[in-house]
Design a protein around this ligand. Structure first.
Ligand code: PBG
Length: 326
């Protein structure tokens, strides 16, 4: 039997317990962050057709949703607001009594343990759908910084633990850090969307938040999907400006980017955002009976972790937490 293989990798795959012992990556509910949409208009709340299983909440349904989130075993949420009315400057984003400050206060009232992360961007609040103030052919970066800094202060003062600027404005982390420090919000941290691509996978989110740009696209401020060295520069700038955590977005089509950012910044907590299009593709295939929803969702999440993410923002978070626990 001299040609019998000496090494047989299958020896450690024979039973569930052996496979568990051999397992290199683990996914737990602590790793998952659940995005929530909160609509200021009750009439618009309800299911989002392009994102099966995801709802637009109101302040009223938010309280019970937070209980469900906590009961599922999740410990953090990421908030997106949809204002009753949009305008050119996105005033609803930085109003002190806007939908997000109200939602943050409501959550902190009903459950003081869940980590509240507030997305900071103008696109859900502007009538043109851009993440900043348009000027001629582009977006006025520095004028936008002032507005998103105001928004971040409003969310911090309402009780957010972390702010998550997602608009890809240059200098946004530094500008918001100074504004927070100046208003005595030094302990409010950053989950920065450091590496965010101009991706077509955001389609269903733009339906959900009604924030598709009315003219042009986001390519003058979001990253080119062809680039990865540029991602390292984006991440480095955010670290220098004071980010507490970094993020890569989208996730599954950008696993190489997650790995490169992980390797370049081993000291930084790293999140990845499994975006709406990634979620809806799996849901659609499962509805056709072509893929097993639970198995594919969990496989995609473990793959994102294996690539190097510490945390994953995912619309599957609530279901996944339940699946993982039981
Ligand atoms: C807005 C924002 C977007 C997403 C998160 N924040 C949309 C965009 O940039 O066009 C997308 C999230 C998703 O697709 O799930 N700044």
């Amino acid at each position: 039997m001299s040609d019998s293989p000496r090494h047989r990798m299958r020896r450690l795959r024979r039973t569930p317990a052996l496979r568990a012992m051999r397992r290199e990556t683990r996914l737990t509910p602590d790793d998952l962050i659940y995005p929530l949409f909160i609509d200021e208009l009750k009439e618009r709340a309800g299911p989002i057709s392009s994102m099966p299983g995801v709802q637009r909440h109101t302040l009223d349904t938010l309280a019970s949703e937070i209980e469900h989130v906590a009961a599922a075993g999740l410990r953090s949420v990421l908030l997106f607001g949809i204002p009753a009315e949009k305008d050119a400057r996105g005033s609803g984003a930085f109003a002190e009594d806007g939908i997000i400050p109200k939602a943050i206060r409501r959550i902190r009232e009903v459950n003081d343990e869940v980590v509240v992360i507030a997305d900071v961007c103008l696109c859900e609040y502007t009538d043109h759908g851009h993440c900043g103030i348009p000027r001629e052919e582009t977006i006025d970066n520095d004028a936008t910084l002032e507005l998103i800094a105001k928004a971040a202060v409003a969310y911090a003062q309402a009780g957010a633990h972390l702010v998550a600027p997602s608009g890809m404005m240059d200098g946004m982390v530094g500008a918001i850090r100074s504004a927070l420090d100046g208003r005595d919000c030094r302990d409010v941290g950053f989950l920065s969307y450091a590496v965010k691509y101009a991706s077509s996978f955001y389609g269903p989110f733009r339906d959900a938040a009604d924030c598709a740009p009315k003219f042009g696209d986001r390519k003058t401020y979001q990253m080119d999907p062809a680039n990865v060295r540029e991602a390292l520069a984006e991440a480095r700038l955010d670290v220098e400006e004071g980010a507490d955590m970094l993020m890569v977005k989208p996730a599954l089509p950008y696993l190489d980017v997650i790995q490169r950012v992980r390797d370049a910044f081993p000291e930084m907590p790293l999140a990845a955002y499994q975006v709406s299009g990634e979620y809806s593709m799996i849901q659609a295939a499962a509805q056709q009976g072509w893929l097993d929803l639970r198995a594919v969702a969990l496989e995609s999440l473990i793959s994102i972790k294996r690539a190097g993410a510490d945390m994953i923002i995912s619309y599957f978070a609530k279901d996944a937490a339940r699946w993982l626990r039981g």
